[in-house]
Design a protein around this ligand. Structure first.
Ligand code: ADP
Ligand code: ZN
Length: 609
């Protein structure tokens, strides 16, 4: 067991396991099958990479995307672990070379794409000394999952041909039906299921309600301006939106690119490569993006449109902050999007299940309690603590008796014969002199101008609450006009009171401000240190032609800034500094830290170092 810890430090640079990692590894070493459920960024890879290093022979890793394999293999090699990937896009000679290495037992991990498995089972795979088999993104085998891939259904052959070899199936998808389907289809034998907490406390959560297109773009620009030099993803439902947004952001001078399934494969590849290499900071993408990459320094994720389920949402925000350092997320919610999604659901195969999933998503967006608690309760985890890292916790709603305010709005709706949409209603309440109001004679209504005391944004916020509380309904069939519900009538006629949450437009804490990555980066010294370290990492990455996070992750830089190691011994203790990385980069980093801290130079390298 101590040997496992020392391997963890030596190859990955960590001194402690994350929850469940050690249990899973020990289970595999007993040659037993395992089903692992961990959120994206939870640390699944170590669960099979470490036993692969520990055991004699080579571990097979089945992974659906070529780009993902490439990134993982590069990462492993950067830590001194012999690994390779086999896929159909490689030249034949290179494939032969890799097979040769595998046969000679010179690889610890071999990544294979699922469609290759069956073919390679004839000549190649049976000749290997296979230590274990890992099936990543295992939900792809199930039609119940959200990402079914027919190639995965051939993987049952693995257990058949390698009955003695332990299989570990890994996924970040939660539901039980999918999980059982995976176990059944892969023929796992008495597998133990490991479910880790879905909590990712380093992700901040925020929801912004009811903004129109222009306002969303303005909000996004503000959000990005607070985050210079950070990488992020903006998810959209429609391809057209990805292109529109990328163009808008470029107009503001940001390096942004679009990514969607309608693009040529080589264009998509190019966009992805540029993102990984930090040449393009911002990707506006449909959900197709992100599954294939392991980029650990994505610092924020925005949802331009709401996803269809909490699973999707969680997986997508999970692509931020995989290195464990703070990362921010922002979701835009609007009734319009909700209506479009409802229509999708109506037309989908599993109508009831999908409607339920969408309903959860709405509940999340409209929550007036800690959002993380809502998320975790969806995954069946209950907590008694608020998270202090979501918009609700940071700016808790203050409740007040809003009966009169609600009555004003409801009475205006009734007096317009339920013929107006939200924006026009607000204009009536605020006594606007716009033409449509005069034309339709609404300026003569008794309710015209009764809500001048509130801003447009405040009214919109309260109307959203009235919808959420079931006083008002939006009629999708009829140009989204507002209607008063029976409960609404009770409030209107004074039979029931209405309590609202205080809506604050200008909140003290700007929700668009970045959560400081370097929490302790308070002093000038730390700021200079951060600059210097980032520069050095960038230079090294450029020289070695690898992404910066393969040199050191943001989390490792954080730890360096916190610990300020000024000797080689102290540097070796930093989170994420493996043996190989210590030998490669220890001296330059410590020299730089000493330079910034105005300490004398390190003594020259001795023989023993
Ligand atoms: P996923 O579950 O999405 O496959 P990864 O395996 O990519 O997640 O791990 C996410 C991040 O967490 C990586 O940067 C990885 O190096 C880091 N990590 C994994 N295990 C540990 C650990 N025991 N201590 C600290 N960081 C870890
Ligand atoms: Zn919270």
């Amino acid at each position: 067991m101590d040997e496992l810890h020392s391997l963890l430090k030596r190859f990955f640079g960590y001194s402690t396991f994350r929850p469940l990692q050690l249990d899973i590894i020990q289970h595999l070493l007993k040659k037993e099958d395992a089903m692992v459920l961990m959120p994206t960024g939870g640390g699944k890879s170590v669960c099979y990479q470490l036993p692969a290093i520990y055991s004699p022979g080579v571990a097979l890793v089945i992974s659906p995307l070529i780009s993902l394999m490439k990134d993982q293999v590069e990462g492993l090699r950067a830590s001194g672990i012999p690994a390779a990937a086999l896929n159909s896009l490689m030249p034949e000679a290179e494939q032969q070379q890799i097979k040769q290495l595998a046969r000679q037992d010179k690889l610890k991990l071999l990544y294979i794409s699922p469609e290759r498995v069956k073919a390679e089972m004839r000549w190649f795979l049976p000749h290997l000394n296979v230590s274990l088999i890992a099936i990543d993104e295992a939900h792809c085998i199930s039609q119940w999952g959200h990402d079914f891939r027919p190639e995965y259904t051939q993987l049952a052959i693995l257990k058949e041909r390698f009955p003695q070899v332990p299989i570990i199936a890994l996924t970040a998808t939660a539901d039980k039906v999918t999980r059982n389907d995976i176990i059944r289809q892969l023929h796992l034998r008495n597998p133990r299921t490991f479910i880790s907490s879905f909590d990712r406390p380093n992700l901040s959560l925020a929801v912004e309600k009811g903004l129109d297109k222009k306002e969303k773009i303005r909000a996004i620009v503000r959000f990005i301006k607070h985050r210079p030099r950070q990488s992020g993803i903006i998810y959209c439902q429609r391809r057209a939106d990805t292109e529109m947004l990328a163009a808008e952001l470029q107009r503001f001078g940001f390096g942004a690119a679009a990514y969607h399934a309608g693009m040529e494969p080589q264009d998509r590849e190019a966009v992805q490569e540029a993102f990984i290499a930090d040449r393009t900071r911002i990707i506006c993408a449909t959900v197709a993006f992100g599954m294939g990459i392991d980029k650990s320094n994505v610092r924020w994720v925005i949802h331009y449109t709401m996803p269809q389920s909490i699973e999707n949402y969680y997986q997508e925000i999970g692509r931020a902050g995989r290195d464990g350092a703070p990362a921010d997320t922002l979701l835009f919610f609007s009734i319009g999007d909700m209506i479009i999604l409802r229509r999708f659901v109506e037309e989908s195969g599993q109508k009831e299940i999908n409607a339920e999933k969408l309903e959860w998503m709405r509940r999340y967006c409209e929550s007036s309690v800690c959002r993380r608690r809502v998320l975790l309760s969806y995954f069946g985890e209950s907590t008694t603590e608020d998270c202090h890292n979501c918009d609700i916790c940071k700016n808790p709603p203050e409740r007040f008796d809003g009966t009169i305010l609600v009555q004003k709005a409801l009475s205006a709706i009734v007096r317009t014969d339920e013929h107006v949409g939200m924006n026009l209603l607000i204009d009536i309440l605020r006594g606007s002199s716009q033409a449509e109001i005069k034309d339709r004679g609404y300026h003569l209504l008794k309710t015209y101008g009764v809500g001048r005391d509130l801003s447009f944004g405040e009214w919109r916020g309260y109307l959203y609450q009235m919808i959420q509380l079931g006083f008002v309904e939006v009629n999708a069939e009829e140009h989204h006009v507002l209607k008063v519900t029976p409960t609404g009538r009770d409030v209107l006629y004074g039979k029931q009171k209405a309590f609202l949450s205080r809506f604050r437009e200008e909140v003290a804490t700007d929700p668009y401000k970045a959560t400081p990555i370097r929490r302790l980066c308070s002093s000038n010294l730390e700021a200079s240190l951060l600059d210097a370290l980032t520069q050095l990492r960038k230079q090294l990455a450029a020289r070695e032609k690898v992404p910066v996070y393969h040199i050191f992750t943001d989390d490792t830089l954080n730890d360096i800034i916190e610990q300020k190691p000024t000797t080689l011994e102290d540097f070796a203790e930093i989170r994420g500094v493996s043996d190989l990385k210590f030998r490669r980069y220890g001296r330059v980093f410590v020299s730089l830290i000493r330079f910034v801290m105005r300490l004398p130079k390190l003594p020259p390298a001795s023989e023993t170092e």
